[in-house]
Ligand binder design. Structure first.
Ligand SMILES: [Zn+2]
Length: 124
């Protein structure tokens, strides 16, 4: 595994995450919020993620089923990680918010057809 640091645009939110050796598996989702924001998902178990700073600045946004908790910095608006609906025991970290880009193995996730996409993901 490798250790990666990252955070939001303004630097208030900072985290450290343990990731698999590159190429790191990542999901490119086409749902409304991911496609608008350009979020590129790296799934990181809660135990492998440490929020270093900025917890008090995080604001939440929920929509649809309400199961995902979209957390963004209330200062700069950047969503550097959040609680995804697809993986309740993990955070989804935005690969674009890592300090140093890592090589990715990107899989497309059809978030506009979420139930089938999740079933396909679990079947892998
Ligand atoms: Zn910020």
């Amino acid at each position: 595994m490798i250790e990666a640091q990252g955070g939001c645009r303004c630097g208030a939110v900072r985290f450290v995450a343990r990731l698999p050796d590159p190429p790191v598996p990542a999901l490119d989702c086409n749902c409304s919020i991911c496609s608008m924001s350009g979020f590129l998902h790296i799934i990181v178990a809660h135990d492998d993620f440490t929020l270093v700073s900025g917890g008090k600045l995080l604001t939440s946004y929920r929509f649809g089923s309400g199961m995902a908790e979209h957390k963004f910095c209330s200062r700069c608006g950047m969503k550097s990680f959040y609680q995804p609906r697809s993986h309740p025991d993990a955070w989804s970290v935005n690969a674009r918010c890592l300090d140093v880009p890592v090589a990715l193995d990107v899989t497309r996730f059809d978030g506009r057809d979420w139930e089938n996409a999740k079933a396909a993901l679990d079947g892998q």
